[in-house]
Design a protein around this ligand. Structure first.
Ligand code: GRF
Length: 216
């Protein structure tokens, strides 16, 4: 089976990129990473990708006069790599409407909350301030408005009374590393199709149980 040619955009640490790249290295996984692109030279993920033998490229946004020019360079690099799908993984740049439209239903993102709750920055602090008993993460197709778009998959994690933003972020991040490869598999196998701005999943099992927090 042909594997889905996937590019990953990062800005920093790159732990989700690493999780995706490790998943793709497993025999039979339906996607391959053809390029990792960073908008910052100092993105730690670039070194991790290179060590894993993945082709990398840096396109510093500061080299371009405006967002449209940067996005045009990004688009050209993605097309040159032959990417069929783009995964945003901690990519900290707002993308123009034109770019988002050009990659409509071919670009996905991971966000560390149960969207549509807590889009944007400072997610974990806002979740703690709201007193929610569960947080989690979401992988979704990208639309122009930040952290919106048809939801592919979510993972829920409990919030503990003693949590601070660091401990909650760590718990959510561990779930992200499981969820993003799962979502990539669903997309690559054609099992996550957009219909009327919702994702219809094919051959995907729904868990039976309700989680209570606190435990009943
Ligand atoms: C993750 O929490 C992701 O959900 C958010 O930014 C963070 C990136 O972490 N969009 P990493 O670079 O993948 O380690």
């Amino acid at each position: 089976m042909a594997r889905l040619r996937t590019a990953i955009l990062i800005s920093g640490r790159g732990s989700n990129m690493q999780a995706l790249s490790e998943a793709c290295a497993a025999p039979g996984f339906p996607a391959e990473i053809v390029r990792v692109i960073a908008n910052r030279k100092d993105a730690a993920g670039l070194g991790i990708a290179a060590q894993a033998g993945v082709a990398t490229r840096t396109i510093p946004h500061r080299d371009y006069p405006d967002r449209a020019a940067f996005d045009a360079a990004l688009d050209a690099a993605l097309r040159e790599s032959g990417a069929e799908l783009v995964c945003l993984a901690g990519f900290m740049r707002l993308l123009t409407a034109g770019f988002v439209e050009a990659w409509r239903d071919r670009m996905i993102n991971i966000h560390p909350s149960l969207l549509p709750a807590f889009p944007g920055l400072d997610t974990h602090a806002r979740a703690l301030a709201a007193g929610v008993r569960f947080s989690g993460c979401t992988v979704h197709y990208v639309r122009h408005e930040m952290d919106t778009g048809p939801i592919i998959a979510q993972a829920a994690v409990p919030v503990r009374p003693e949590d601070d933003t660091g401990s909650l972020a760590d718990r959510v991040l561990a779930a992200e590393h499981r969820l993003y490869p799962l979502a990539l598999r669903l997309v690559a196998e054609g099992r996550a199709r957009v219909a009327g701005e919702r994702v219809v999943l094919a051959e995907a099992e729904t868990p039976e149980v309700a989680l209570l927090n606190p435990r009943g």
